[in-house]
Ligand binder design. Structure first.
Ligand code: ZN
Length: 385
């Protein structure tokens, strides 16, 4: 196990994006990284621009957040993993079962660049989408994390609530990031990394109480927290919320020293990826990748993986095909071209895609290739026999 880097303090101009406090701890440092939407054309001039990427935990409100984001990238709309769509269906079912999504109600969605809209399934259950408040149900799945001013963002969502309305927030929890060592969740464009205790406390400051919480297996573990006006009849913190808050605190989500162990997770997975690539190279195997997500660039950058290691990365998004991953300049190809390369190993940068890529591209394994999930430690997937 590598040494845990000593927590340090953020730059003097830093202010918390929720409470404006100026005291915090740098809990993770990925060095210089490209912007999230930077997929340069093959003939674009080098070097690609990079910007410091660090996570800070506020000493006052414990919200984990990006220290500074000079990029103003419009995050590219990726292809929706089926797992994301399925989670949306599950969440809508749970909201309906709990009587929170009711037929005839007005629903307002704060959209996310990650896709996965809940409006379709909510409309199927008889709710009416509206373009602005007041709404009986306001939903936000992976949207609010992108807002530079978190207080304004939560207040804007709360302001759209009709009397007796509910706000459902769905997020990749910091507890999951810690448990799975997913240091590569940190990226430009993602401002906030919510723990349930931090988010419940933020909501309380705006007069909201968490009336429901539900966990999902997506991305290793996500949470849907349902908030309602604290004054509304019957609105009180649900025991599930209280239990989840206690569990996450016990897991260390509000302890900057515990969160800073992501730094050693980074070192360990980078070393494991390098060792894995050395091994397959010695064995004379060819390696390609799948999933040109923004997190892919950070992982390649941190592990020093380049074209010498990786012939191409496939992505289903036609907008990315023909372009390059930034810095490493590994070309992005379509799935058909990936199959034509007949790679011995395919590094899967978006682990949740595994079931669907195996089903869509059976040729990879049929010709003797193996999928290698990076979550973010490398794990070879054994073929079904
Ligand atoms: Zn704060």
């Amino acid at each position: 196990m590598a040494d845990v880097p000593a927590p340090s303090t953020p730059v003097s101009s830093w202010r918390c994006c929720w409470c404006r406090a100026q005291a915090g701890t740098i809990v993770l440092d990925l060095g210089d990284q490209p912007a999230a939407d930077d997929f340069p054309a093959a003939n674009a001039p080098t070097p690609d621009r990079t910007f410091g990427l660090r996570m800070v935990m506020c000493a006052a409100c414990h919200l984990a957040q990006i220290e500074d984001d000079p990029t103003s990238a419009q995050e590219p709309r990726g292809v929706e993993p089926e797992a994301l769509v399925r989670q949306g269906l599950d969440a809508v079912g749970h909201l309906a079962d709990a009587g929170i999504a009711r037929p005839g109600g007005r629903v307002l969605e704060f959209a996310s660049p990650h896709g996965g809209s809940w409006l379709g399934p909510l409309a199927e259950r008889g709710l009416h989408p509206v373009g602005g408040g007041p709404a009986d149900l306001v939903v936000d799945s992976f949207g609010m994390m992108h807002d530079a001013d978190q207080r304004a963002a939560l207040a804007a969502r709360a302001a759209c609530l009709a009397e007796g309305g509910a706000l459902a927030l769905h997020y990749h929890s910091l507890a999951t990031i810690l448990r799975t060592g997913a240091w590569n969740a940190l990226r430009h464009g993602h401002v906030a990394y919510y723990s349930t205790p931090a988010l419940v406390a933020m909501a309380r400051e705006l007069g909201l109480v968490a009336v429901a919480a539900r966990e999902y297996p997506l991305y290793g573990g996500t949470v849907m927290l349902v908030l309602a006006a604290a004054g509304a009849s019957g609105a009180r913190e649900h025991p599930d919320v209280t239990a989840l808050v206690a569990k996450e605190i016990a897991d260390g989500v509000t302890d900057p020293r515990r969160v800073a162990t992501l730094g050693s997770d980074l070192l360990e997975s980078v070393a494991a990826i390098r060792a894995y690539l050395r091994g397959v190279s010695r064995a004379g195997l060819t390696v390609a990748g799948y999933g040109a997500a923004s997190r892919t660039a950070a992982l390649l950058q941190c592990a020093g993986v380049g074209r010498q290691d990786l012939s191409a990365v496939a992505d289903a998004s036609s907008a990315k095909q023909g372009r390059m991953l930034p810095v490493s300049r590994v070309p992005i190809v379509g799935p058909t071209e990936l199959v034509a390369l007949r790679p011995d190993r395919v590094l899967l940068f978006v682990p949740d895609l595994l079931p669907e890529v195996r089903a869509a591209l059976p040729e990879i394994e049929a010709s003797g290739g193996r999928w290698v999930v990076l979550d973010p430690m490398p794990r070879e997937v054994q073929p079904v026999t």
